[in-house]
Design a protein around this ligand. Structure first.
Ligand code: HEM
Length: 147
């Protein structure tokens, strides 16, 4: 990613804000695109909505610091393997995230923003999947969810 792309991703993340509404619509879109993933998630999504947004914000803030980003996303990916998340689901979440950004930010979300977000997501998803593959030998510390 270029520094300009990182800037586009970080500024749209800020614009998105911390609203529960956005995350609600994001998960609605995930379940619309892939209803079979609903059963992987808990019935009550409240805690996860907050956790997802906080983690995404943290990861996006680390785009400049690749070693930090890699460490966090590998562990996150290892935990996701434990949740039953499959490689194909990463494309679903990518589409849901980009759709939600576009519908929330409207004209402010330009093709350049979309390309930059696509790159950022692909980077995260790739490292998460590396973490998932590395943990395939059995449970590790990384696959335990922090409390
Ligand atoms: C950029 C990509 C993603 C981010 C930042 C993310 C973030 C999170 C976070 C922060 C949690 C809370 C638990 C933890 O920290 O381990 C979580 C849980 C979860 N995520 Fe993700 N996730 C991503 C991709 C995905 C994908 C592709 C799926 C597939 C459908 C998915 C499904 C789940 C499920 C099923 C849970 C567990 C819910 C539970 O049992 O409490 N996530 N995610």
């Amino acid at each position: 990613m270029t520094p300009e792309q990182i800037e586009l991703v970080q500024s749209s993340m800020q614009e998105l804000g911390a609203g529960d509404d956005v995350v609600r619509r994001f998960y609605d879109r995930v379940f619309e695109l892939a209803p079979e993933t609903r059963s992987l998630f808990p019935d009550d999504m409240e805690e996860l909505r907050t956790g997802f947004l906080a983690t995404l914000t943290e990861l996006v803030a680390s785009l400049h610091e690749l070693p930090d980003l890699a460490l966090q996303s590998r562990a996150l990916g290892a935990r996701h393997r434990g949740y039953g998340v499959q490689a194909s689901h990463y494309a679903v979440v990518r589409a849901a995230l980009l759709d939600t950004l576009a519908s929330t930010l409207g004209d402010g979300f330009t093709p350049a923003h979309a390309a930059a977000w696509g790159q950022a997501y692909d980077l995260l998803a790739e490292v998460m999947q590396q973490g998932a593959a590395a943990s395939a030998g059995g449970p590790s510390i990384a696959s335990r969810r922090p409390r």
